[in-house]
Ligand binder design. Structure first.
Ligand code: MG
Length: 159
């Protein structure tokens, strides 16, 4: 059986933080605020993986009240999510993700993000897709108040 998972995340853009997306640090005058490295793309992928097997969300497994997760690389969280899914008999098949950001321009960084995610997830590079969209100035993302990400994954379960 193949199951599908969907993930969404949104983080505020703040001063004095690096902008980390898909494990890649992108040059930017602001970065994403959050308890971990606030990698909104990695979080959306992790939420999708957990969702495929109805295992709850990232906050349930890695609470932001736990000091162990302060500043942790979200790629490390993804590795742990893959282990959780594997323990339930799930095998990740593919990832398709979109980052919604007004700036900076992400297109040159998308292949590196897909590679880093694929490494963390234990997938061949051709099974991870990362795309970017600009909201053309609309809404909170268009005003550069935050960056959002969405992801879907396919997970095979059973023999
Ligand atoms: Mg998050």
């Amino acid at each position: 059986m193949t199951r599908v998972g969907f993930g969404f995340d949104l983080h505020p853009l703040v001063a004095d933080r690096p902008l980390v997306l898909g494990g890649v640090t992108v040059a930017s005058d602001r970065g994403l605020g959050g308890h971990s490295d606030a990698d909104v793309l990695a979080h959306a992928v992790g939420e999708a993986l957990l969702g495929a097997l109805a295992l709850g969300d990232l906050g349930r497994h890695f609470p932001d009240t736990d000091p162990r997760y302060r500043g942790i690389s979200s790629l490390e969280l993804l590795r742990r999510v893959v282990e959780l899914v594997g323990a339930q008999g799930g095998r990740l098949v593919n990832v398709d993700a979109t980052v919604l950001a007004e700036a900076p321009r992400l297109a040159p960084h998308l292949p590196a993000m897909a590679r880093r995610l694929a490494e963390a997830l234990g997938l061949p590079a051709d099974r991870v897709s990362v795309k970017a969209k600009s909201p053309e100035g609309l809404g909170l993302v268009g005003r550069r108040e935050g960056i959002a990400a969405m992801a879907v994954v396919g997970v095979e379960v059973g023999p």
